[in-house]
Design a protein around this ligand. Structure first.
Ligand code: RIB
Ligand code: CA
Length: 316
């Protein structure tokens, strides 16, 4: 997919070390992506940290002019569940952190999403959720007129063959706010999902971290230190050679979609059962007559993915 002008995107995020790499990749790719703003959501860590972390990442990238907004601090109708065990207390453990100087925008993140979709030409803004879908669903509920104006939602979330990571049945982003995910999946918007089925094939390995260190740059060092910390939880849990790099799959897909492959299928969200709450019930084998509502990505060229990340981060 080549286009003459960069694609307008809003990144909705809960940084999170993997979110951070996704943001850096987007900032390093102005030919393909026009980042309208970053809206933060409570997820990996509380909102106060996710909005601070997003600004830290922009400053490390040398981009203090990026507009960062605070969105919702809790799921639509449930208490917040966080993941400090994976990301550390700050959500960005690994490198030395600092208090960002760049401002947090005063406008609420949900209102920024609504206003951007109303002001930009219809069908020209792609939403890139990298955390719980609370902000997106809240925007759709507050302003149903924007739903038809969204070009596409490319999100990280869900799991099918890979099963869950926060419960046996559910992936974290969906589990934290299943009602929000249900609203998004039933909205009718074109959705591309990056579930654990694909992100677990994008493993951070020592050579891949060393390639970031070899950039001999502040960004390379910062990224390597984040990933060194971030991957240990999943390496211990899965006994794998590295941890999965989830969120950058969303941004890499927008830059180089041929790195990925998937299937247009129906995906519904479990919102009632305590046992399987937040499960993405993906009809991969099309055994139901439920209409397809998502491109469910199952595979990635991992070498190409990490090469893209390293090449682009070298620009910052
Ligand atoms: O399950 C992985 C997802 O949960 C990623 O987005 C990670 O950042 C956490 O938010
Ligand atoms: Ca995330």
């Amino acid at each position: 997919m080549t286009s003459t002008s960069p694609r307008k995107i809003i990144i909705d995020t809960d940084p999170g070390q993997d979110d951070a790499i996704a943001i850096l990749l987007a900032l390093a790719s102005p030919e393909e992506l026009d980042l309208l703003g970053i809206t933060c959501v409570a997820g990996n860590v509380p909102l106060a940290r996710t909005q601070t972390n997003a600004r830290i990442i922009c400053e490390v990238a040398g981009r203090p002019e990026v507009k960062v907004f605070a969105g919702r601090d809790a799921p639509l109708s449930r208490p917040l569940v966080t993941a400090e065990a994976v990301h550390g207390k700050t959500g960005l453990d690994g490198p030395d952190l600092f208090d960002p100087k760049m401002p947090l925008q005063t406008q609420a993140g949900v209102d920024f999403i609504i206003d951007s979709l109303r002001q930009e030409p219809a069908g020209t803004v792609t939403l890139c959720p990298l955390g719980p879908l609370t902000n997106i669903a809240a925007a759709f509920e507050a302003a149903p007129d924007i739903i038809g104006r969204v070009q596409e939602i490319v999100l990280m979330g869900g799991a099918y063959f890979e099963v869950g990571n926060i419960t046996p049945a559910a992936e974290f982003n969906i589990y934290v706010d299943p009602e929000a995910a249900d609203i998004v999946m039933k909205s009718g918007v074109k959705v591309t999902m990056m579930p654990l089925d694909v992100t677990h094939k994008a493993l951070i390995t020592r050579p891949r971290i060393d390639a970031l260190l070899a950039l001999n740059s502040r960004v390379g060092q910062f990224a390597a230190e984040m990933l060194d910390f971030f991957e240990r939880f999943d390496m211990e849990k899965y006994g794998s050679e590295g941890g999965p790099l989830h969120d950058p799959c969303v941004i890499a897909y927008l830059i180089q979609p041929d790195l990925f492959s998937g299937r247009q299928i129906n995906v519904e969200i479990e919102t009632q059962s305590d046992l399987t709450l937040g499960m993405t019930v993906a009809d991969w084998w099309r055994v139901t007559d439920r209409p397809p509502n998502a491109l469910f990505i199952g595979d990635v060229d991992a070498e190409g993915f990490f090469s893209l990340i390293t090449q682009r981060l070298a620009r910052l």
